[in-house]
Design a binder for this molecule. Structure first.
Ligand SMILES: *Cc1c(COP(=O)(O)O)cnc(C)c1O
Length: 404
């Protein structure tokens, strides 16, 4: 039996919606993208959401909008996908990595010691869909002692008057913290709709704006629409209106808009997203029930007193496992045609970052987590039979590898 890792849920409904767009005469950013933005905003209970072609673009655009540049520092967890760190490098700033706690998320307790007068942004990552401890993080950036360290270098930074909290919620669309969904938990939240994410548009992402007064989120949204489309003051659809051809460029903007083709996939995905989460929760519960019998199993956190994940990953950890043993377990799964995965190789272990002088031993929890983690197949159409096979094979593989 073959078990894939996380194929997207593509069916006739998606095909119909995409066909409708393809044949509508308008395939790039237009009515469907705008509808998706509105529905996303409603879902997260924020005023404005901007849809883009990736989460990576969203994170970078916001860093650039906030004026992050050479000499600045951005704090992010060592345990994330490289996109979170790469965008900091693109802006010429320095990534400052935080170690994680045993919930895979950035440890808010260490955060204060990493903040300097150069810190401009904190980018927490909601690993596997579980929201970070945002009360703790928001309280730190809003505390007088931390605010007094902040050195604003432009009007936007002056207006905020403190470190910006930009959450990388690539995994956590629909997750809940203190009874509120992600999107409204920090100043700005970025979602990913990449093909393997819970809600997909093939590639894609979105930026949820929740800036405090005196910011107008509508104004920031309007500006970002221009900034992500060459800095041009009219989009293609507006230019199409009869006689409305003349445009201006107010700055050298970027090009990372979402297309209506992508948005059509997203509209269908969003319309049944609660069902998606419910199914993923059931599958997660099944894994929990089977693995909790074994003392080698460290189950991924899915619910805490304040948060509930959106069940993006089933990130199992094997107690006291070495990197070599983990690789051996993964190989046994591959040998049985089960696609497992590993989230993540900590960023400081990757050549580019190692060469910049980062050292994984400075992030011991990230390293131990890396050595012991295996992500199991988790997707809407995973059958009972397939899941049983994954469970039995995993138990057998771990038992064999650990007894050597
Ligand atoms: C997938 C992912 C991203 C990047 O998302 P894209 O939409 O592919 O740009 C960023 N951060 C994390 C943690 C991710 O898993």
């Amino acid at each position: 039996m073959k078990v894939p890792f996380a194929p997207p849920r593509m069916d006739q409904k998606v095909i119909d919606e995409v066909s409708d767009t393809l044949l509508s005469g308008w395939i790039t950013t237009g009515p469907k993208t705008k509808r998706l933005e509105k529905e996303l905003a409603q879902y997260c209970n924020v005023e404005n959401v901007l849809a883009l072609n990736s989460a990576t673009a969203g994170l970078e655009i916001i860093l650039r909008w906030f004026g992050v540049k050479e000499g600045d520092e951005v704090i992010l967890p060592a345990y994330t996908y490289t996109a979170t760190a790469n965008v900091v490098i693109h802006c010429g700033a320095k990534p400052v990595f935080a170690d994680i706690g045993d919930d895979f998320n950035m440890n808010a307790a260490n955060l204060k010691s990493l903040i300097t007068p150069r810190t401009k942004v904190i980018m927490p990552v909601d690993f596997g869909g579980l929201p970070c401890d945002y009360d703790a993080i928001n309280n730190i950036v809003k505390s007088e002692s931390v605010k007094s360290l902040f050195v604003p270098q432009n009007d936007i930074q002056q207006k905020l008057g403190r470190i910006l909290v930009l959450s990388d919620a690539a995994h956590s669309f629909g997750a809940v913290y203190n009874n509120r969904k992600t999107g409204i938990l920090t100043d700005i939240t970025v979602f990913s709709f990449h093909a393997v994410k819970n809600l997909t548009t093939a590639e894609g992402g979105a930026v949820a704006l929740n800036l405090p007064a005196p910011f107008s989120n509508q104004q920031v949204y309007d500006y970002l629409c221009i900034y992500t489309l060459h800095g041009q003051n009219k989009d293609a659809l507006a230019k199409m209106q009869k006689g409305n051809w003349r445009y201006d460029v107010i700055e050298a903007g970027y090009k990372c808009n979402m297309t209506d083709i992508m948005a059509s996939i997203g509209l269908v995905e969003l319309s049944r997203y609660d069902e998606t989460i419910a199914k993923r929760k059931t599958l997660t519960q099944k894994y929990h029930d089977e693995f909790k019998k074994f003392d080698w199993a460290i189950l991924p956190p899915s619910e805490t007193s304040t948060a509930e994940t959106c069940y993006h990953l089933y990130a199992l950890r094997i107690k006291n496992c070495t990197e070599v043993q983990r690789d051996a377990i993964m190989q046994k799964m591959f040998d049985k045609d089960i696609a497992v995965n590993m989230h993540f190789i900590p960023v400081p272990m990757l050549s580019f970052y190692k060469n910049l002088g980062y050292h994984i031993m400075d992030y011991p929890v990230a390293y131990q987590t890396y050595c012991s983690e295996i992500s199991l197949p988790l997707f809407y159409n995973l059958t009972d039979e397939q899941q049983q096979f994954v469970i039995a094979t995993l138990i057998e593989s771990v038992t064999e590898v650990l007894k050597k």
